[in-house]
Design a protein. Structure first.
Length: 196
């Protein structure tokens, strides 16, 4: 319904911001990352929005993000059965997009459930299972690095994609993976030792 909302930042809390747009104050829930990126009250703000409709309570809630990439990742997480908007926002508040990508690629459900209030081990496993195939077309932006993930079946490609999510170039990651063997996790650990 709304692609973005732009206006003057009227209020900022730990979980939402209020943006005054044409005399109307929109309460927009968001992630800690986005809220931290907003300026002080009175400053200009633009948030890319997602309108969450909860049919059981007939409520409308707006979620906003400082980047389109974060919004797209939020929507992707919401597409997983059993994951609601509050859990998706909590996940993105506590786990960076590149770390989230690494967790999906390496099946690290424990890290996701430990870092995210409201996401248990079963939910984290379902999240990884449902998103793993979709990750091949997703662009993740973190620390000015944008990479395309190719979720290939072989261990080398998964390890390469995980290292690229951590910010290493394709050449650096490929060089570090030479001679690495074992599971994806073992290959990543070996490569990180070579890179550090």
């Amino acid at each position: 319904m709304f692609y973005y909302i732009e206006g003057k930042l009227a209020l900022k809390t730990d979980s939402y911001a209020v943006i005054d747009c044409g005399g109307v104050g929109y309460r927009i829930f968001s992630t800690g990352t986005t809220l931290a990126s907003l300026g002080e009250s009175g400053s200009h703000a633009r948030l890319y929005t997602y309108l969450n409709i909860k049919n059981s309570a007939d409520t409308l809630t707006i979620y906003g993000f400082s980047t389109i990439e974060e919004k797209n990742l939020f929507e992707m997480i919401l597409g997983v059965s059993g994951i609601g908007a509050k859990t998706a926002a909590a996940l993105l508040s506590n786990v960076s997009p590149s770390k989230f990508a690494l967790c999906v690629v390496t099946d690290d459900a424990k890290y996701l459930s430990d870092k995210t209030p409201g996401l248990g081990p079963k939910g984290a496993k379902r999240l990884i299972l449902e998103l793993k195939d979709k990750f091949k077309d997703v662009y993740i932006e973190d620390a000015a690095v944008t990479e395309t993930f190719t979720a290939a079946a072989d261990e080398d490609s998964e390890a390469l994609a995980a290292l690229m999510a951590l910010g290493y170039s394709r050449d650096e990651a490929a060089h570090a993976l030479k001679g690495a063997a074992g599971s994806t996790e073992d290959m990543i650990k070996s490569a990180l030792k070579n890179l550090i």
